[in-house]
Ligand binder design. Sequence first.
Ligand code: AGP
Length: 607
Amino acid sequence: MCWIFGYIWTKDSADKILLHWLERLEYRGYDSAWIFVWDNNGNSQLVKSVWKVGNLVTKVQKTLDQTKNWTFGIAHTRWATHGWISEENTHPHHDMNNNFVLVHNGIIENYFMIKKELEAKWYKFYGETDSEVIANLLDDLRTGDFAETVDLVVNKIRGAYALLILSKRNPGEMIAVKLWSPLVFAYDNHDNFYFSSDKQALSGYADKLIYLDDWDILHIKDKNYQIKANWIKISRKIEDMDIDSLEASKWDYKHFMLKEISEQPAIIKRICKWRVNFVDKTMNAEAFHGMQDEHFKKIVFVGCGTSYNAWVLWTYFMEDLAWLESVAFIASEYEYQHINVDDETLFVFISQSGETADSISVLKLLKSRWAHTFGVVNVVWSTISRLTDYGLFTRAGAEIWVASTKAFTAQITCIVLLALFLGQKRWLSKAKYDKVLSELEKIPELIDEILDTSEQIQEVAKKLIQYKDFFFLWRHFQVPIARESSLKFKEITYLHSEFYPSGELKHGPLALVDANYPTILFAPNDLLFEKNISSIQEIKARDWIVVTVSDKDIAQSDYNIKVWTTIDELYPFVTAVVGQLLSYYAADGLGREIDKPRNLAKSVTVK
Ligand code: AGP
């Protein structure tokens, strides 16, 4: 998704600050970027580039007039939704008469109709974006009062947007408006004002932060700011900036992905630390605030992508540990289903970023129907964490890399702890509860074993990258692992992969499998190990490639990736890391740009 930044007033050259923010968020995915700066004498300069921020930095060094003191600026990284990846479609957008300049993150759903109306009034368009339509609409509805003009436009456009707007007739002023798309406003003790789609970019700059709410209009004028909602002056809660610095380094890892995979043992230990006492096997009820309420008879999980994959596991834990009716839904689909909201159902929203538009859309719908909501989120104080009634933070630390790894195992850790917490209040036996807890304490070590022996995975990956199509097969608790490993494989190798219950192969998909279609089967020594062996024999009967991931030696498979023994419920921890490393080494073997996978963005803030 796009990231928008605004900076007003100056502690330092606006160009340097804006470029630093763009570099900080380069890992979040984008396909073009630019900065637009002004000085106090009304001079302005725009520098754009498609693809890497590095291209823009070079261009700024070569072309930006360094004799001027740039005190004011806006910047943007674009992830194309409307119009091809080109300089024309790269923001900032201005109207045909150059009265307004703006940056936009979001999607204007009625842009086409407005564009037709404006073209009928002889407005000409240089690009194909919905954002340019807003600029011409501002000019068309201009009343001479900057704030009033913006109000008129906001009442005409439909969709999701975070906008930073500048008017040639109002130098030194900036208006920010927000509906759905995330936007934070911040400032420091030296009257410097900052805007960003992602507060993390502002770490080390601002001291105070304000989360703008939908329909808020913030107007910067005369070195001060004013917030209005529905034309009424309001004030919003001011927070201290207390976030993990984004000055993330790869340490000495080749890629952020490998660094974040290696962080998982420490993160799992940290998540358990204040929630569980492994010695007396007690759990800190405070850590599950909002989940104590025993009147819930049903839990509905809503999420997208990797977050959804993690919580599919829960539905398997429900009989096993929590004794609660549970279902998991993909947010972008769930919104259009008939949703029963009653007092005995808890809706749990899972998200790494807490800004995923599809999930937020369902959450707002359910809140409007007074549903009970709970958030499991990694980014502290993100939209989902602020909108849900209760919640817990997965505390995986800032996840820099576009595709998710450590947040996934952090979510699985929270699933196990939540299931045990709820299960002990229902019919989970003390013996089972103690067994799962004592095995959970060993998981960080078992993952360390895999990280220390990752060459075995690298060797297998080298053999697999000659193929184009893959099956990831699973049974029972391994369902989220096959789903997630297949997703990771797609995200960074760009090779085709499917995940499938191995028991279903003979009901059709076996027709696809041939000598060029390897299968990766997660077959730990759990309840269904023997069943998995028969699936392997089905495939090997036709002499095709089978890679198994198991703590048992499997003579029938071509390559067996070793993991260490634990209990059925916790094998997903160790097989998940194998799936991550297999994707990593395959992508590295193919020379892919692992840290900047194409066409992806870290958090999907448009629907
Ligand atoms: C995972 O690698 C992807 N980044 C994507 O599927 C992601 O999980 C999905 O967009 C949900 O994001 P969230 O957890 O931030 O809500």
